[in-house]
Each structure stands twice: as C-alpha cells, then as structure tokens.
Design a protein around this ligand. Sequence first.
Ligand code: HEC
Length: 142
Amino acid sequence: MKQVGVLLLALGLMGGAWAQVSGPKLYAAHCQSCHQPQGQGLPGAFPPLKEVGRLAEKEPGRAYLIRTVLYGLQGPIQVEGKTYNRVMPPFRQLKDEEVAAILNHILKTLAPSQAKPFTPAEVKAQRAKAFSPQEVARSRPR
Ligand code: HEC
C-alpha cells in the first residue's frame, strides 16, 4: 500500500511538471500569428516586439506591457520610428503566470535586455485595474 502511495505521489509531481506554463508555447499559440515567430512583426500591420526589452527596464514600461496583453491596445503608437494605429485584442483569459511567461519569453529570446523577469504578482496588480485599449496606448513611454 505504501508503495502505491509513493507511486501516485510521483505521478502527481510529474503531472505538475507537464502542466507547467511554457512561454514559447503560449507565444506560438497566442501572439505569433500577428507578431511573427521572431517577433519581427509585419510592416504596416503588426509592430515588431523589439522595443519590449527597453520598455521592460523601467516601471511605467513594465505596466504598459502587461496592460497591453490584458486589455489590448489601440494606437497611435510609435515603434522603431514607425507609426501604428491599429487594434490588438485583449488576452484577459490568460492566467497571471501565463502572461508573465509570455513576456519573459519575449525578453529572453526576441528582445534581449537587462530587464528583470516579470512575476505573476506584477500581472495581478495590473489586472485589478481597468483600462481601455486607447488608455493603454496613451500610457506607452516614448
Ligand atoms: C490579432 C493580431 C495580434 C495578436 C494575436 C497579438 N497582437 Fe500584439 N499587437 C497587435 C497590434 C495591431 C499592435 C499595435 C496596436 C496599435 O497600433 O496600437 C500590437 C502591439 C503589441 C505590443 C506593443 C509593442 C510596443 O512596442 O509598444 C506588444 C508588447 C504586444 N503587441 C504583445 C503581444 C503579445 C505578448 C501577444 C500574445 C499574447 C500579442 N501581442 C498578440 C496585434 C496583435
């Protein structure tokens, strides 16, 4: 009986590891269709994610990035010298850990920077507020 218990515990732990949120997988499922596999965007339609690294280095930028994912975005915004005035849909259905994992994937591979990783608690703090996509765009640090 004891062995069965240990076996079930081991299986449970393995299941937990499998269910862990994966930034690359979430990015591929939710973001890549518009922002492209390397975050390069599509000229005139979807901005590149290259400025995410710079934006994530300071507080107003970190809040802006989290809000963009949670509440969506409606420009105009300037990214790498080009103006975008389009609409990004909100992703409120993603969990705090998932939003943090996606942003950390972008920081690690698509827009390398010295910024510290995003935490689920930071996402939670922004979720407790309410912003329109236009307000999010206006809060983008230049
Ligand atoms: C349906 C297309 C679409 C999808 C899917 C999408 N985005 Fe966007 N995203 C946009 C558009 C369009 C903009 C620019 C909006 C504007 O012009 O104001 C944008 C802007 C952004 C910006 C702002 C970049 C900057 O430099 O200010 C970030 C960050 C971002 N998206 C991240 C994401 C992440 C993360 C995901 C996945 C969870 C995602 N996007 C999914 C279309 C999309």
